[in-house]
Design a protein around this ligand. Sequence first.
Ligand SMILES: [Zn+2]
Length: 354
Amino acid sequence: MLKDIDYILWTGDLPPHDIWNQTKEYNLNVIRTTIEMVIKAFPDTPIFPAIGNHEASPSGNFAPPWMKDTSHSTSWIYNELGKSWSRWLPQATNNTVHRGAFYSVLLRPSFRLISINTNYCHSLSWWLLVNSTDPASELKWLVNQLQHAENKGEKVHIIGHIAPGSSDCMKIWSRNFYEIVHRYESTIKALFYGHSHADEFEVFYETTEYSRPTAVAYLAPSVTTYTNYNPAYRIYYIDGDHEDSTRANHETWTFDLETANVPNNEPLWYKLYSAKEAYRMASLRPEQWNNLIDNMVTNEERFEEFYRNYYRNSPVTPSCDTNCKVQILCDLKAAKSNSRHQLCHELETIFKTN
Ligand SMILES: [Zn+2]
């Protein structure tokens, strides 16, 4: 077992995706059971969670805090998570966890972790049809946190569930978030998400020419196999405050589901790849991820390796034609949703003219 890890990032979606079978009681039971299992495996390791869309019932149904009617309100999840998360989080986070399952903690001197509730940008949350302007004042709160961090010279990691470039994240929220990341590019060092289940990333750019990379969001591969994936988890190595240090890296572990399912077999975890080595990167800085995207346009072998990792070497990986390749590469360039015309135009042109 991994005894030497400092802390765990847990990016949500604890219930399975059998959405028509879900009830509040069912979800609460899954949340409690899952948390118990993780604590049993990691009794002494701090865990920093973010909330997923499947924690709600019906899935994705997150009423803003102004909805006090208990038959609609989301307080039943926030109260439950408030109770479970309090074992890892300082008391000062109580207020925002109960308001909307988001919080900010100082992990080390000058190093802050901010967990956001991305369900307030989820395009399947019908509450946003009533009012989609920053429900729970979460983005306003985020800006305050980042300003505070900047004033104090802190560096920040942001975790959440739905990455801002996902088509599941509403356009306006996503655009505002992108602007925030641009404004605080020297404070935000990395972002971490789940939701897509694939192993991918999203690069942010400055918002004038969209050419200089400013940040990178890691969408870590899921434990769930849904769909066609082998289960996986990821280990991140981070640098601390050494600006030019090259220690940062990440490695991804998986097992072959088909072999593990043979009677009497056990899952046999193995290291699938390390980012810097697999993708020939000098560091994990945003410009290196941008270079990797450029590289994959022409270097077929590099793209194939990325695509293998995207599915964790799964024997049922679908084949990927040119359209599929363009789609995947465009997703990597688009940390802002519904903005392909802006962020992917150049890349699409290359493929059209080839
Ligand atoms: Zn999700």
